[in-house]
Design a protein around this ligand. Structure first.
Ligand code: ATP
Ligand code: MG
Length: 207
């Protein structure tokens, strides 16, 4: 890969604070992580719907969807997974910088990659909230909505997280949802509570 030289950042004339004030919304990234079938997309979709119905601009960046387009040239080996997450981090940061609530739903199995995503946001002054969609392996294997665990166990999918590739669980996620213990609605509510409590979403804006 060649790297660009002779490039200079060209700043706009509206600061992040001013943009947030003008558009009456704070942007940030909600970063879901968890095993396949742990509930990332289910929670992300329900949350996006709730926020949009409250007139709050939110946009979901979802693993498989992004691999149809932006990241269609990437596979599931460690290097490609890292590049996958790096690109998503940059895109989420751009959405959040534009005052949208970026909701990402990727397995993102490596601590180091999630840490890089966090640092990228923090360096730009944009909140990064890690949401751990947590369910034990035996539960997600039983759910198996896409039939992927079955295939992975039959040796038909290489490097499948939890079976033949590692998942490094977050130690200190801002939000931890045990999806085998709470309903989707309760999971969404606990995220909304966190956002209100931390001044990221105004309570009176929520439906
Ligand atoms: N409390 C819960 N929260 C979220 N999902 C739940 C819950 N209880 C059961 N489920 C079910 O678990 C499955 C989760 O699948 P989902 O596609 O959301 O997982 P995912 O984490 O996005 O997986 P992948 O990484 O493969 O995209 C769905 O079939 C959903 O209905
Ligand atoms: Mg998903």
């Amino acid at each position: 890969m060649t790297t660009a030289t002779n490039i200079t950042w060209h700043a706009g004339s509206v600061s992040l604070e001013e943009r947030q004030k003008l558009l009456k919304q704070k942007g940030f990234t909600l970063w879901f992580t968890g095993l396949s079938a742990s509930g990332k997309s289910t929670l992300a979709t329900a949350l996006e719907q709730t926020l949009l119905h409250s007139g709050i601009n939110a946009y979901r960046l979802d693993g498989d969807n992004i691999r149809f387009g932006l990241n269609k040239n990437l596979g599931f080996g460690p290097e490609d997974r890292t590049e996958n997450i790096r690109r998503i981090s940059e895109v989420a940061k751009l959405f959040a910088d534009a005052t949208v609530i970026a909701i990402t739903a990727f397995i993102s199995p490596y601590v180091a990659d999630r840490q890089s995503a966090r640092q990228l946001h923090e360096a730009a002054g944009i909140p990064f909230i890690e949401v751990y969609a947590d369910a034990p392996l035996d539960v997600v294997e039983q759910r198996d909505p896409k039939g992927l665990y079955k295939k992975a166990k039959a040796g038909e999918i290489k490097e499948f997280t939890g079976i033949s590739a590692p998942y490094e669980a977050p130690e200190n996620p801002e939000i931890h949802i045990k999806t085998h213990e709470v309903s989707v609605e309760e999971g969404v509510q606990s995220i909304l509570n966190y956002l209100v409590k931390n001044g990221l979403v105004a309570a009176d804006k929520l439906e």
